[in-house]
Design a protein around this ligand. Structure first.
Ligand SMILES: [Zn+2]
Ligand SMILES: [Zn+2]
Length: 570
């Protein structure tokens, strides 16, 4: 069944291509409008019939028919025709930051660019800057984006990689007696560059052939299948192993090579020790680490040498996990750009067993996201007070009043102090003017962190994995500043972001800075993104006592109170 996201993306792409091909403006608007409204629809679009579809704002009979066609056939004839008329290189241009339909149309129709390679060459030679309406700045932006995109080719975000990897596992099960994930999937990497699998045979290696798998014979060997799967460009690696060696091989192909190179007091590497252990015992991995002379290290942390130091100072039981999370902070509702109402968001949060919800809709300057004007803030606070009574009748539950305040260009927050003071907590995030150098970004962040009302620094780098690099800033300076000002740093758990990068968790903990695993949910289902956040937090060694949303509701309330007192703002 098609997801809402897939339906919206298809409609959106159709609207863009209609514009690119100079079609009728009313038609373009109809598609555009439909995509906007469908994106906001809270239910499951694929389960609706014609009559229900036309009830949605902005969906007329023609559009409802198109959506039904899409749901029933997984295709849209109109889009297929447009795609057939568009060169692939031109379609790829939609992924370039800062290039809209109008500019792409000029590049293609007026200047005949149909591949990213030609476009890149033209940028390098300064040709694009000379086109009317482009200029040096646009050219530099296109070039930077092209270089970044090239480096991301064949990689997948964690969420997409997991879905694909599970699909492949199902296929492999038809051919092998035991199969498992290894490599970056098992290590829960935020971006996956290669999918690695272990596939066991009993006595003799069977000849593996399956129409979904496309082997690259030039880089394969008898026990090491390499290639691709279906239409996906990410490299796939399948290690064929005898059942007797299954655990050993899974261990070796899970860890990063740097992790395996670590030496113990007898000067033996972890790899040597693993190699010498008996290959298919259920607690193989525990035994390897015991022989090496350290406690067990979880798969997520097997990236480098840092884990060996971490394990001497901490216990695995202290690591954050889903069950230790008590509340969900940084969420959006229909007050700003969320899909579900405040009550729906809160009731669902409660039904999942959490003690509290921290709502943090967008602030007033964020007009693109329907940010809250002051009157709306007051209205929301009243509703929260009513809901807090209503939702606590059977068992305690609390909504904390928060806001995701834009960090404005000069680093200030987005409301006057008396309004800022009316919130329980404030997530301060940068959403605009993202092209800054490191000095400017660092100054802007520091000003926001020093604001006594800032409780949490939201998605610190502004990155979107595989599509936007994020602005550079001086991490140690910013983290030190959070330590001085008792500001918590968010691990934004959306698989698009996973920002703070887990590689900085160790430094934050050293400085005694707390972290908060926030889903930045724009709909109820968004809460489950915290699984991705937990995964990367564990990679970075985040412990429960340093996780803000592992506090119980009363601990969290006390934390906020004491902090406000200290800052003199209560
Ligand atoms: Zn944000
Ligand atoms: Zn947000």
């Amino acid at each position: 069944m098609l997801s809402n996201e897939e339906i919206v993306e298809t409609i959106e792409l159709t609207s863009k291509l209609l514009e690119l091909h100079g079609e009728d403006e009313v038609r373009i608007k109809t598609y555009n409008n439909a995509a906007y409204n469908l994106d906001k629809f809270p239910g499951n679009l694929a389960s609706l019939d014609f009559g229900q579809l036309v009830q949605i704002q902005g969906i007329g009979k023609m559009m409802a028919g198109k959506i039904i066609e899409l749901i029933n056939t997984n295709k849209l004839k109109e889009l297929e025709e447009l795609l057939a008329m568009t060169p692939k290189g031109v379609l790829d241009m939609f992924r370039i930051k800062g290039l809209g339909v109008k500019k792409i149309k000029i590049l293609w129709k007026d200047f005949d660019y149909t591949s990213l390679e030609d476009l890149q060459m033209a940028c390098k030679n300064g040709i694009i800057a000379k086109i009317k309406g482009f200029g040096e700045k646009t050219q530099a932006g296109i070039l930077e984006s092209l270089i970044f995109l090239k480096a991301q080719q064949g990689k997948l975000r964690m969420d997409k990689a997991l879905v694909l990897a599970d699909k492949i596992i199902e296929r492999l099960k038809k051919h092998f007696i035991k199969v498992a994930h290894a490599g970056q999937i098992r290590r829960q990497s935020e971006v996956v560059e290669c999918l690695t699998f272990i596939a066991a045979f009993q006595e003799e290696l069977p000849t593996f052939s399956d129409s979904g798998f496309i082997q690259d014979k030039t880089i394969s060997s008898p026990f090491n299948w390499r290639g691709k799967f279906a239409e996906f460009s990410i490299p796939i690696e399948i290690k064929f192993v005898s059942l007797d060696d299954f655990s050993k091989k899974q261990f070796i192909y899970t860890a990063h090579p740097d992790h395996l190179k670590q030496r113990n007091s007898d000067n033996k590497t972890l790899y040597t020790i693993a190699h010498g252990c008996n290959g298919n015992e259920p607690d193989f991995e525990e035994k390897v680490y015991a022989k090496f002379g350290v406690p067990f290290i979880i798969p997520e942390m097997r990236e480098n040498n840092n884990a060996f130091e971490w394990i001497t100072k901490n216990k695995n039981e202290d690591l954050i996990n889903w069950n230790s999370l008590k509340g969900i902070l940084h969420n959006h509702s229909t007050y700003s750009d969320g899909k579900h109402s405040l009550e729906e968001m809160a009731s669902y949060c409660k039904s999942l067993g959490f003690e509290y919800l921290g709502i943090a809709d967008h602030s007033q300057t964020a007009s693109y996201a329907n940010g809250l004007l002051i009157t709306k803030v007051q209205q929301q606070h009243q509703e929260i007070e009513q809901l807090n009574k209503k939702l606590s009748i059977d068992k305690p539950f609390r909504i904390f009043k928060g806001i995701e305040s834009d960090i404005l260009g000069d680093g200030s927050l987005d409301y006057p102090d008396e309004i800022l003071a009316s919130f329980d907590f404030i997530v301060a995030s940068i959403h605009s003017n993202l092209s800054m150098n490191s000095t400017k970004a660092t100054e802007r962040l520091i000003k926001a962190i020093e604001n006594p009302y800032t409780t949490i620094l939201g998605h610190p780098s502004g990155r979107l994995l595989l599509s936007r690099q994020g602005y550079p800033f001086d991490y140690p300076t910013v983290i030190d500043c959070c330590a001085e000002n008792q500001v918590v740093i968010e691990i934004n758990a959306s698989p698009y972001r996973l920002d703070l990068d887990w590689r900085w968790i160790e430094y934050a903990l050293e400085k005694n800075v707390m972290l908060s695993i926030n889903p930045d949910a724009h709909e109820m289902q968004g809460y489950f993104d915290m699984h991705f956040g937990v995964a990367v937090a564990r990679k970075g060694g985040l412990v429960k006592k340093m996780t803000l949303n592992a506090y119980s509701a009363s601990e969290f309330e006390l934390y906020l109170q004491e902090r406000k007192q200290k800052k003199g703002i209560n």
